[in-house]
Design a protein around this ligand. Sequence first.
Ligand SMILES: *Cc1c(COP(=O)(O)O)cnc(C)c1O
Length: 236
Amino acid sequence: MNCILQAVQHRIGVAAWQAGRDASQITLLAVSKTVSASRVRELALQGQRDFGENYVQEALDKIARLQDLPLIWHFIGPIQRNKTTAIATHFDWVHSIDRFVVAQRLSEARPLTQGPLNICVQVKLEAEPSKSGVSPEGLPELAAQIARLPNLRLRGLMTIPRASMEWMQQRAQFAALRRLFEALQVQFETAGQADLHAGNVQLDTLSMGMSADLEAAIMEGSTCVRVGSALFGKRI
Ligand SMILES: *Cc1c(COP(=O)(O)O)cnc(C)c1O
């Protein structure tokens, strides 16, 4: 029996309790980049269902080897245009949308039989040129454009904040994403039906928090923590 999965679930449970939240509202997304298919299988057999991947080729290989398991695959890495068909076909979620062209290509490539692809828009909270993500200023328009695409379902926001060991700094960054999320909910509550493709906006997901800062993220309302090294060990 692997107690690492239980330890991470326990961290989520304690953080949820401290935040006065129901832990069942928080999804543990196991980030399995660089991890072998057999280790993913091991964790899946202990009940872990959601897995996140950053590199398309590596992910496709794992997804194929694990097809016998009922797993939910999330793409969380940078998206190259020539990989959009593979992503739209083999994943259930994409957390790293920051440009309309990429969203449009995913929508076009999504097989109709699979239903809408779940989307989180990645937000860059600070202007760091090396990082991906839409700026807070660009978010309302990008979200409105995505909402008109037929084969995507807009679920929420994702961020990778500047790494910080400071609890209050971690909280402040996650709080900033939560406020953008709340503003987006208001934007769509007041939008006319003509502005949306019917049924494809369901704003219920705040994808934030990783191994080092999941407690602060849960305190600020995270519904999906993306955990790699705390489950699989340090990546080399
Ligand atoms: C690698 C990665 C994670 C997991 O990070 P850890 O610190 O190992 O938990 C989460 N989100 C994204 C987007 C990542 O690329």
